[in-house]
Design a protein around this ligand. Structure first.
Ligand code: PLP
Ligand code: TYF
Length: 394
């Protein structure tokens, strides 16, 4: 049986992570996989997470199964965090999933089940797992223009033009904030225009929000998601707690399906529970319980938000330092976009050849499309990166 298997393409980001580990050079710099690291290069367990885990360890009386949708308290807490009051609760069906990837996977399965003819419009570029899972599920994807190689901002005109090719019932996949891999984001006026197009043409919005709190703050980063969810009849929202709670390996995500009314929500809720059952039955609980404990306790929540704010500001500081350093070295503002981008990533906008040169000659690891994880830097390594960017001739 197994002889017939064909080897599958590796995830380039994860392959790069391995290459970095195998590189013996001491001066190497890892700007690859999207994991937050502090100035010491450590991905810490957040203070509130430690405190919540301690509380759970002391108080938890059972590890019996929860429900197919996970603990409803987790869904309530996450809906509050992401949507606030934007949508009445009885219009939202929600299930816990293994990470944001699990939420995307379940969303795609739901789309295919509800409308096998739906195509999914994805930004060019997008997180590679989006297209990889969509292809695996046999769902047709259509790329829409997103990143402008000249300005390193969003090619909004191109994006709208391409979205006009969508048919009623097609899905538009949008990054709620902190676009991965580019770091370039729509402003709220542009978001409103996307919402109008979606409503005019009968398209379905799907939002992937994996970095709430990493861009402009917890509420600011959720503003676009709230605008979309509050303005359309139906949409899907896939959320991840991996980054903003630093619980990467616990696999903590949530899928929401917003619908027109309570009767539809009931059917959606049952369908999402069914999809969980087909794939893994009960979703992981530990990370979800940690998140719920934090979000429902005023002191823990405040401490978590404060630590997340430190993380966000440290990345913004590194962006500014890098942009300033490049300004100093080149005497031009052409790298100013690095300070404008938001989230963990910035796409430098250079060729795979120069990205490779940066790796071989300078030990600097970024993804082949020139995506840099800003959190992989610190005050000491920013000037080293800036000099390397200039030396290889970006
Ligand atoms: N969506 C995007 C855009 C991401 O960058 C990530 C990566 O972290 C995820 C979803 C899901 O991450 P996880 O499955 O680790 O929660
Ligand atoms: O884009 C990233 O680096 C993160 C982490 O298969 C990640 O989203 C990368 C690849 C992958 C899963 C997660």
């Amino acid at each position: 049986m197994f002889e017939s298997l064909k080897s599958q393409p590796a995830d380039k980001i994860l392959a790069l992570m391995q290459m970095y580990r195998d590189d013996p050079r001491e001066q190497k710099i890892d700007l690859g996989v999207g994991v937050y690291k502090n100035a010491e290069g450590v991905t810490p367990v957040m203070r509130a997470v430690k405190a919540a885990e301690k509380r759970i360890w002391e108080d938890q009386q059972t590890k019996a199964y929860t429900g197919l949708a996970g603990d409803p308290a987790y869904a309530d807490a996450m809906i509050g965090l992401i949507l606030g009051e934007a949508v009445p609760r009885d219009r939202i069906a929600a299930v816990a999933t293994p990470g944001g990837t699990g939420a995307c996977r379940q969303a795609f399965e739901l789309i295919r089940m509800a409308n096998p003819d739906a195509r999914v419009f994805v930004s060019d570029p997008t997180w590679p797992n989006h297209t990889s899972i969509l292809n695996y599920l046999g769902i047709e994807t259509v790329a829409y223009r997103y990143f402008d190689d000249e300005t390193r901002g969003v090619d909004f005109g191109g994006m709208i033009e391409d979205l006009k090719q969508a048919r009623a019932g097609d899905v538009v996949l949008l990054h709620g904030c902190c676009h991965n891999p580019t770091g370039a984001n729509l402003n709220m006026v542009e978001w409103q225009a996307v919402v109008d197009l979606i409503n005019e043409r009968g398209l379905i919005a799907m939002i992937d929000i994996a970095y709430q709190g990493f861009g402009d703050g917890l509420d600011a980063d959720a503003a676009a998601t709230r605008l979309v969810a509050g303005s359309v009849k139906e949409c899907l929202i896939a959320a991840s707690c991996s980054k903003n709670f630093g619980v990467y390996r616990e696999r903590t995500g949530l899928l929401m399906a917003v619908s027109a009314d309570a009767a539809q929500t009931d059917l959606n809720q049952k369908t999402l529970a069914f999809l969980n059952r087909q794939n893994y039955s009960f979703p992981p609980d530990h990370g979800a319980r940690v998140v719920t404990t934090i979000l429902t306790d005023d002191a823990l929540r405040a401490d978590w938000a404060a630590e997340l704010e430190e993380v966000r500001k440290s990345m913004l500081g590194l962006r500014q330092q890098l942009a300033d350093e490049l300004q100093r070295l080149t005497g031009s503002d052409r790298f100013g976009f690095i300070a404008q981008h938001r989230g963990m990533f910035s796409r430098l906008g250079t060729t795979p050849e120069l990205v490779e040169k940066m790796r071989t000659e300078h030990g600097i690891y970024m993804v082949g499309d020139s995506r840099m994880n800003i959190a992989g830097l610190n005050a000491r390594t920013v000037p080293i990166l800036a000099q390397a960017i200039v030396d290889v001739g970006v």
